[in-house]
Design a protein. Structure first.
Length: 330
């Protein structure tokens, strides 16, 4: 097994992710494609690569996108299977071995295995297992119609019961995606027209169209922090929206379908940018609220200190006064 990770200004979780991969039993090779990170981070990665035999560090010199970076890493890797893993995902002990065992059961055919992606608190993350992406399912998801209309099925499966063993699903997440290296390269790798996001959805569809299966492995849980990139969230989400449009344009070429895609451009961008704006506003409100609470606690502490100082001053003053003698009449 070769683990391939692509990094660009990932943030402090990158070192934790790299350390977990290098320490994980079952990982035979680690290929890190560095599109760009702060100088001190790059130096740390170079030192780790120099001290570790199975750590291959590739420096591209510029941000070539996630799909291109994965393809570069897969071409350089030597493993029979490749686990594409996000740079802010932690590979716990036993997960790589579990995925390896699943790969042996599936053989050398074309397939994809996705891990169970969880948040740091252990809850299953959105997007780890999904249904087929179509213009209809996308609009249901973007507008949240499944929350109000029971007959509208959600595109995401994280709220459904967790299966006991590996099962087929239409789509898994590229945050932790295992594939046979030979089959991946034979299919041309990830479509590099996707710069960031949706390339994993495209790959799952490509595998299924080639007669392969997409599998979800619930027994392999990977912690994914998410949102750790130092780039602007609007930059990331803009490429996600463009990815959806490219996907629909690629797989739905009919005239009516193209018109539908064109009509969806504004709703897609509106939904994605609106979500980012709401998240930023919520974070700002939380920050302001936390600051106000901190200032209130500070004022209460200062008030208690002033009261305590005044009390101590009053005690000292009383102790320093001479005793009053009683006078009795003769």
């Amino acid at each position: 097994m070769s683990v391939v990770t692509v990094s660009w200004n990932t943030g402090p979780h990158l070192i934790e992710a790299v350390a977990s991969i290098l320490a994980a039993p079952g990982v035979d090779e680690f290929v890190l494609v560095n599109h760009g990170n702060p100088p001190e981070m790059i130096q740390s990665l170079r030192t780790m690569a120099a001290d570790t035999d199975n750590f291959v560090l590739i420096e591209t010199g510029s941000n070539l996108g996630f799909a291109r970076g994965c393809n570069i890493g897969a071409e350089r890797a030597s493993g029979d299977v490749v686990l594409f893993l996000n740079p802010d995902a932690v590979l716990a002990k036993g997960v790589a071995s579990r995925l390896k065992a699943s790969a042996r059961e599936l053989g050398e055919d074309i397939w994809v295995v996705g891990a169970r992606i969880v948040n740091p608190d252990g809850t299953e993350q959105r997007g780890g297992r999904r249904g087929e992406l179509t213009p209809r399912s996308a609009m249901i998801s973007f507008l949240g119609l499944d929350r109000f209309l029971p007959f509208m099925k959600s595109l995401h499966f994280e709220r459904e019961a967790l299966p006991d063993s590996i099962v087929t699903v239409p789509v898994v997440s590229g945050a932790a995606m295992l594939m046979p290296r030979r089959g991946f390269l034979q299919m041309g790798g990830f479509d590099e027209r996707y710069f960031l996001h949706v390339e994993d959805i495209d790959m799952c569809r490509k595998v299924r169209e080639c007669g392969g299966e997409v599998w979800f492995e619930p027994r392999a849980s990977i912690v994914h922090y998410g949102g750790t990139s130092q780039s602007s969230p609007f930059f990331v989400e803009t490429h996600k929206a463009l990815g959806f449009i490219k996907y629909f344009w690629k797989y739905y070429p009919g005239a009516l379908e193209r018109l539908t895609t064109m009509a969806m451009i504004l709703p897609i961008f509106g939904a994605i940018w609106g979500r980012v704006t709401l998240l930023q506003l919520r974070n700002k409100i939380r920050l302001v609220t936390a600051r106000r609470k901190a200032f209130a606690r500070l004022r209460r502490m200062e008030a208690r200190q002033v009261a305590r100082a005044a009390q101590e001053c009053a005690v000292d003053t009383a102790a320093s006064q001479p005793p009053v003698s009683e006078s009795r009449p003769l």
